[in-house]
Write a protein of this length. Sequence first.
Length: 516
Amino acid sequence: MNDLTRQAATLARSVWRHRWMAVAVAWIAAALGALIVWFVPERYEARARVYVDTQTVLKPLMAGLAFQPDIDQQVRMLARTLISRPNIEKLLNDHTIGLEKAATTAEQDQQIETLMKTIKVELTGGNNLYALSYRDGDSARAQRLVESLVSLFMDSGLDTKRKDSQEASRFIDAEIKAYEAKLTESENRLKDFKLRNMSVASTTNQDFFARMSSITDDIARLRIQLSAAEQSRDAMRRELSNEQPQLPTDPASAVSLTPELDTRIETQRKQLDELLRRYTEEHPDVLSARRTIAQLESQRRQEGDARTRLGGGSRGGTAPTSPVFQKLRIALAEAEANVASLRAQLGSQQGRLEEIRAQAGKVPQAEAELAQLNRDYDVIRKNYEQLVSKREAASLGVKIDQSSSMADFRIIEPARVLPQPVFPSKRQLALLVMVVSILIGVAAAYVQTVVNPSFATERELREFTKRPVLGLLTLIEDPKMLDMQRQDRLKLAGVFGLFLVVHAAWVALIALRSGT
């Protein structure tokens, strides 16, 4: 700490020796700084704040029904890309802002680069709250530029979202057309293959070996059923050969050939019995009943004789009258038909098996090619159906964009210019010039000390020369010298005070001129 204090005291004595030089350099630096500050224009900052509300009522209602991009991410990306060359060119071409147009292309590029650096778009105060600012020497021009920038920000948000939806719809439509062509081509290939291999390819979901196994099982089953049907038929033949076709001729055991007439005769006889209980033989109703019974019996005899003659004339003998024989003959006919049907089925299945075995070299290859064609067709069809569903969702999203905005731009703070110039203003620069000029004067005095060193104590001389000091001379100050030193200090104080007063007046003049 003592070393630092000693070094500071040594520095102060060195500067004090060249104090008038420091004052002169400070005056010169202050004058040059004043000229620079006078010609430096004031800069004013225009600001605006915009809030983007992405939480709308339609967003949860349309969840799962329509495509909903990440609006927050799109807005953040829009804010980052707002300060782009095309947008800056739009601002330059806007005559209402009043930006000066460059004469050459190089100057225009430089102007665009400068604007891209000075225009600021920052996310402040939470999510989706953006601050737009710009600094310019003309406050009105800065405000107009920020207003145009806010309008560009809001319009770009709506146009970009609508353009993205339309681009997505056009892209999906183009993909659907491409997949429609692929789907038609795949269907045609599948159709042509089936036409070429109609006798080879299977129309079922079974492969070659599964079809052979299934047909072999069917043949074995049909053989078992045919054997059982033939055994049943043979048994019926034996029973039929042992059965008598005719019933006995005993009238008691004969079967009536006219059951309807027998029933009517029996009914008339019962009525005759009832009439005889109430009337005599000569009663008209009794006589009428007897005549009816006689007519019915005569008709029964005639029909029996006719059937007997008809049966004998058609077969050269009597027709079988045994119901058991008739049933056995019907069952035998059905068994014969069943055997014939099973033999036909067995022959058909054996023919199919032989056909498949004859095509053993072609069927697996054809089935493999068919499976590949079906797989390709299923993949293309699935993608096509997904694209169609996505197109419907995209179409609904476009309609939502056209009917209402998914993002609401709200101007929280319209464009305005700050009342005071931004840092550094002329007044701040004037104060800074005063401090810097004093520091420059002190630095000049120190540099003079370094160039022409002088020593106030024996220790300073010994440390500088690295040699022993042989002796010292003492300066005796008389009253005249002390008076001269006092006058010198007064002059220095007056000059420095004048420096401060002049600089204060200069700062006040600048403040009055800038209206602050």
